[in-house]
Design a protein around this ligand. Structure first.
Ligand code: TRP
Length: 73
């Protein structure tokens, strides 16, 4: 399984940014939704349970692949 120990950092730039975890395996569905308010930071990993992360709202996201700015909804 393609898994790393890598963390991703999400910094919310507005209230109500959603960080959504999607399940690993043949059934891909939401399993967790975390709401961040402006200037809150979440540090998350891909795990046995989480294969993808969807971010909605204005945020800065840092990963091993670089830094990205997400726009508002
Ligand atoms: N219990 C979840 C897991 O171990 C927690 C989690 C890890 C998570 N990474 C995430 C939730 C990213 C949302 C987004 O997989």
């Amino acid at each position: 399984m393609a898994q790393t120990n890598e963390y991703i950092v999400i910094k919310a730039k507005e209230d109500g940014v959603n960080v959504i975890g999607l399940t690993r395996g043949s059934d891909t569905r939401f399993h967790h939704s975390e709401k961040l308010d402006k200037n809150e930071i979440m540090i998350a990993q891909f795990t046995e349970h989480t294969s993808a992360i969807k971010i909605r709202g204005k945020a800065t996201v840092q990963t091993a692949h670089g830094e990205m700015d997400n726009d508002s909804k």
